[in-house]
Design a protein around this ligand. Sequence first.
Ligand SMILES: [Zn+2]
Length: 87
Amino acid sequence: MNTLEHAIAGRTGESPRTIRRLGFRLNTVSINPSAADDLRLVVDCPFCGRAVPYPGRVRDGSPALAECLHPRCDVYFDFDPADVYIE
Ligand SMILES: [Zn+2]
């Protein structure tokens, strides 16, 4: 497990295996591991396109609904885990 996967796993509560399966990678090799504190997982709102926080998973392991707080949306929405990315 690399440092990034470890950091993301710690931040999101996902298992490192899940993080690895989702395939998170950085495009640059010059990442400072301490910068992982600023990373967050997001998914785009299908209605307004804003990035909203990845909600994690519910207890049975299925993806939770993401919530867009934009006043025009104010909705929960389903999303494809493959669409989750690091902001
Ligand atoms: Zn929205």
